[in-house]
Design a protein around this ligand. Structure first.
Ligand SMILES: Cc1cc2nc3c(=O)[nH]c(=O)nc-3n(C[C@H](O)[C@H](O)[C@H](O)COP(=O)(O)O)c2cc1C
Length: 230
């Protein structure tokens, strides 16, 4: 078994996959072990729709078309980042975007190519498994934290099995009343999408999978207190 710190170091957001399918037994194992994640009051508010094969293909096509038909959905700023994201967060976000487009040879001013890249999110970047993580629409902040723990557990368990993942926030934009993308996977207005996830064997040589994002040094985000307070 790989050590946890090696798995944390090995995980990255994979945006190109091999066509090789993921065995259903392995997928079930990952999803059932991921529920070892903690949750406030043990409410376990996470639910998952796991798609493969022709269903995934059809769903991805449909969602992509919906995203093209309704570009206004992706501009809901309360879903993705706060308005006027301040530094240092803004700078980090910009650097991550720059590295992604640079890896793909896409000029930052080439808006068509950037849009095309963004739309690939809806087809899970060709991954053989597409997951939609969703929850009861009545849930509040604590349950969203719990769902984050579940999602990271899926990522690490997948990495342990030699698989790669990418969490996809773009799926949250499908939240209109009676949204047809949600409806296609049986989710009504009482359910809210937390994120999508691609999962599969990585195409490790693809340029989009070669760059790695940087992390901030510990002293910029952690404070250590030990002296008796005044
Ligand atoms: C909640 C969440 C939403 C994300 N949404 C997307 C997305 O829609 N598309 C995408 O390509 N990557 C998405 N990512 C991946 C991040 O860009 C990535 O985690 C970050 O740049 C750090 O890189 P790493 O995962 O390779 O370490 C998302 C990650 C998280 C945690």
């Amino acid at each position: 078994m790989t050590r946890l710190k090696d798995l944390l170091a090995a995980r990255y957001s994979c945006r190109a996959y091999q066509a090789r399918p993921v065995e259903e037994a392995l997928l079930r194992e990952i999803l059932s072990e991921a529920c070892g994640a903690p949750s406030g009051g043990n409410v376990q508010a996470w639910s998952v729709v796991a798609m493969t094969g022709p269903f995934l293909e059809e769903f991805g096509r449909f969602a992509r078309n919906e995203a093209v038909r309704h570009p206004e959905l992706s501009s809901a700023s309360d879903l993705f980042y706060p308005d006027d994201l301040p530094d240092p967060y803004r700078a980090r976000r910009r650097e991550a975007g720059y590295n992604l487009y640079h890896a793909l040879g896409i000029d930052r001013r080439d808006y068509d190519a950037r849009k095309e890249q963004m739309l690939k999110n809806f087809q899970f970047f060709g991954a053989p498994v597409g997951l939609i993580v969703h929850t009861d629409a009545r849930m509040v902040r604590n349950q969203w934290l719990d769902i984050g723990a579940f999602v990271q557990s899926v990522c690490l368990l997948a990495a342990d099995a030699g698989l790669a993942t990418c969490i996809r926030g773009v799926w949250t934009q499908f939240r209109r009343p009676d949204d047809p993308v949600k409806a296609m996977i049986g989710l009504g207005n009482d359910r809210r999408v937390a994120c999508g996830m691609a999962l599969g064997y990585p195409d490790a040589k693809h340029p989009v999978n070669i760059f790695r994002t940087a992390r901030t040094p510990i002293d910029e985000y952690a404070t250590f207190l030990s002296e008796r307070p005044d």
